[in-house]
Design a protein. Structure first.
Ligand SMILES: [Zn+2]
Length: 336
């Protein structure tokens, strides 16, 4: 049980075991690109650098690196209002994603409204304009392929900016914290999450184990198919929102996919083990030494292309031209 849970924890929160280190020697393409970029002192934690970016890198769209160690070129903003969604917490400026993810969120919003009895989506954090690590929250959400969607439905009016900052999502959990509250959880939630998990471009959806259990138990009400359940992965938290993770778009050459989830619907032992873990989290055997906080990621630990993503600024006269792709940057990992 521990292994499954630990592995899942690793996969959501941590970067894979490779380390990328930009080399001083860069490819001719990268040298040419750097001539067109603004030289900046890019030091300190990467979260400060990416957290300060207010606009996307004017480059062709590309998800670069891994969900928890990467960045995003050519991001698209999810409109703050759509026919079937409203973006929340606008002050965070995290409603940016790879254009394919934005299209998927918009499609989910419309289809869920039309077919699932779901009034519309409240969309939480996606990514920063240039992706990358964030100043607060989220180990992942770095490459523009992760989106948090509230489990609270959109109201039938346009929320004010203040409401979008202050409105609280509603937890799906009952008082035992181990099952959903049947007065809050509905068949529409099942249909909504089933729809998202059924899109081929969606690789995983993270939900609280109690929600996974409710989906396992309620799947039959949304049709005979159970294949989608395997993509719905139990995880800590995630009872106010569900987290949609897309796979790497084929044309994002330096995007790194996760291994596919284990086969099966995950409804038996896996969800039971998770619920036991939530009921009785393991206690450290002896008083643990205060853990040394992990040093924050630096730019050098991200793929080399992320420096280009940070440095590239729009050239006013080039606005009409098609955005160029991110030049490949040679890294130690790429040479192996
Ligand atoms: Zn998330």
């Amino acid at each position: 049980m521990r292994t499954t849970v630990a592995l899942a924890a690793f996969v959501l929160a941590a970067a894979p075991g490779w380390r990328l280190q930009a080399q001083t020697a860069s490819t001719p393409a990268a040298e040419k690109a750097s001539a067109a970029t603004t030289a900046k002192a890019l030091t300190g934690p990467a979260k400060n650098l990416f957290g300060a970016a207010k606009a996307p890198a004017p480059l062709a769209a590309e998800a670069i690196g891994f969900y928890a160690r990467g960045c995003l070129a050519g991001a698209k903003m999810l409109a703050t209002d759509g026919p079937a969604w409203q973006a929340m917490r606008l002050s965070r400026n995290r409603n940016w994603g790879h254009p394919r993810l934005i299209a998927t969120v918009e499609r989910l919003a419309g289809e869920a409204q039309e077919h699932d009895g779901w009034p519309g989506l409240l969309v939480g954090d996606i990514s920063q304009p240039r992706g990358g690590p964030m100043l607060t929250g989220h180990a992942s959400h770095q490459v523009g392929l992760d989106a948090d969607i509230w489990l609270t439905a959109m109201p039938d009016r346009r929320l004010t900016g203040k409401e979008r900052e202050e409105l609280s999502a509603i937890s799906m959990l009952g008082p035992d914290k181990l099952s959903v509250d049947p007065s809050i959880w509905t068949d529409s939630h099942v249909r909504l999450i089933k729809r998202a998990a059924s899109y081929p471009e969606v690789d995983r959806i993270f939900v609280h184990p109690a929600i996974k259990k409710a989906l396992c138990d309620g799947a039959a009400k949304a049709g005979p198919d159970r294949g989608w359940l395997g993509k719905v992965r139990p995880y800590w938290g995630h009872h106010y929102h569900f987290h949609v993770r897309m796979g790497c778009p084929r044309d994002s050459a330096s995007c790194r996919d996760q291994p596919p989830p284990p086969s099966g619907d995950g409804c038996g032992k896996e969800v039971a083990d998770w619920l036991s873990l939530i009921a009785a989290p393991p206690k450290p055997a002896k008083p643990a030494k205060p853990a040394r906080p992990k040093p924050p990621l630096t730019l050098a630990q991200l793929p080399g292309e992320c420096r280009v993503v940070l440095e590239t600024e729009a050239e006013p006269e080039a606005e009409a031209a098609a955005p160029r792709p991110v030049p490949a940057v040679r890294t130690k990992a790429a040479q192996q």
